[in-house]
Design a binder for this molecule. Structure first.
Ligand SMILES: [Zn+2]
Length: 363
């Protein structure tokens, strides 16, 4: 990436709109909450000099899923962020945030979220043709990713983990980073995530998400994750979130109750905390891939690379090559991984087991 004379471009995609309400419970309407949270997020990001914000919609209009993808690809953006709300019938206590990355899954609840979010295509003409035979009754029919898109998966997971970690700090009810086949993400060629802000079918959570304070809080946490992500992968300026977010959103922690989701909160902490038990300072390794499938750590599974290690990150598995305290050795290992075909491999750094940026590690 040419980081220094180019702006970091973010596409913000407010889910649904116009004739498509999305989820609707207790008079909380997904398309409205998604739009106003997205506009609040955009307002924060627009205050950062080297960020460009592109919107797929800024008003209550219907935008087809493939048009959203086209907007993102044409903009040659660095990031695509789709914002939604969850809802589930007959489970009023279900609550919590989750951030999805594109991929295939057999997990029933992930499939159900994807099925609901993809359902909108039935309002579009010729959806079977446009989406390669997609069958709304069978979310598994979303065709998988190309190799080029797989390359963006690692970055997508990193961003998703940052978002969920931030949500969890203020809401205490993160359901984690997940993977499923979303049509809106399918044809996009850049790191991309879909955020479910919470459950409108839960009265307390819906009330929170429908409020100005709730939307400011969620927008602020997403903005913070985007700034951290940008700093790590793109560089440039990194203003303090407190200087650009609405004051109320950063001054206090807004709590809501979510009894049923306590079992998922540990997942995210694991996702962003570090990997190693090293106690001798800085350590580098090469992240070569990430996958929803657990692969055996043998060289046949990693294009011949030996001694690959794995880290569990929510429902995903990250794979690393090499471990060294010497940055030059890390660079050599990176080259080796790229030569083997892991074209988007990159160096990650940690200090005393805590993840840090490579720039920090080199200080
Ligand atoms: Zn939605």
């Amino acid at each position: 990436m040419d980081a220094h004379n180019k702006k970091f471009k973010v596409v913000l995609d407010a889910g649904h709109g116009g004739k498509d309400n999305g989820a609707s419970y207790n008079s909380f309407i997904e398309k409205n909450i998604a739009l106003s949270t997205t506009l609040k997020l955009g307002k924060i990001l627009e205050k950062v000099d080297d960020i460009d914000v592109v919107y797929t919609r800024k008003t209550d209009v219907f935008v087809e899923l493939n048009d959203r993808a086209t907007i993102a690809n044409k903009a040659h953006a660095d990031l695509f962020m789709s914002i939604h709300c969850n809802g589930v019938k007959n489970a009023p206590s279900a609550a919590g945030t989750e951030t999805f990355v594109m991929g295939v899954t057999k997990n029933a609840s992930n499939l159900e979220v994807a099925r609901k979010e993809n359902e909108v295509v039935t309002l579009e003409k010729d959806y079977k043709v446009k989406y390669d035979g997609y069958d709304p009754k069978s979310p598994q029919s979303v065709i998988g990713m190309s190799v080029q898109q797989e390359d963006n998966l690692i970055n997508s997971i990193e961003l998703a983990a940052l978002i969920e970690n931030n949500f969890n700090k203020v809401r205490k009810n993160s359901r984690g980073v997940k993977q499923a086949g979303f049509l809106v993400l399918r044809d996009i060629y850049m790191p991309r995530v879909l955020v479910e802000l919470g459950f409108l079918s839960n009265k307390a959570e819906g009330t929170f998400l429908n409020s100005e304070a709730g939307q400011n809080e969620m927008a602020t946490q997403i903005a913070k994750a985007i700034l951290d992500y940008k700093k790590e992968y793109f560089g440039g300026s990194a203003p303090d979130i407190k200087s650009i977010a609405p004051a109320a959103a950063t001054s206090e922690v807004i709590k809501t109750t979510a009894k049923d989701s306590s079992h998922t909160t540990t997942v995210v902490n694991k996702a962003v905390s570090s990997t190693s038990n090293s106690n001798s300072g800085v350590e580098f390794k090469i992240q070569i891939s990430a996958s929803g499938t657990r692969l055996a750590l043998k060289k046949q599974n990693f294009k011949g690379l030996e001694d690959v290690t794995m880290e569990e990150s929510g429902t995903l598995y990250k794979y690393f090559y090499g471990t060294t305290s010497d940055y030059n050795q890390a660079k050599a290992a990176l080259k080796e991984a790229k030569d083997k075909g892991f074209s988007s491999a990159y160096i990650v750094a940690s200090k005393n087991g805590k993840k840090i940026s490579v720039t920090e590690a080199l200080k």
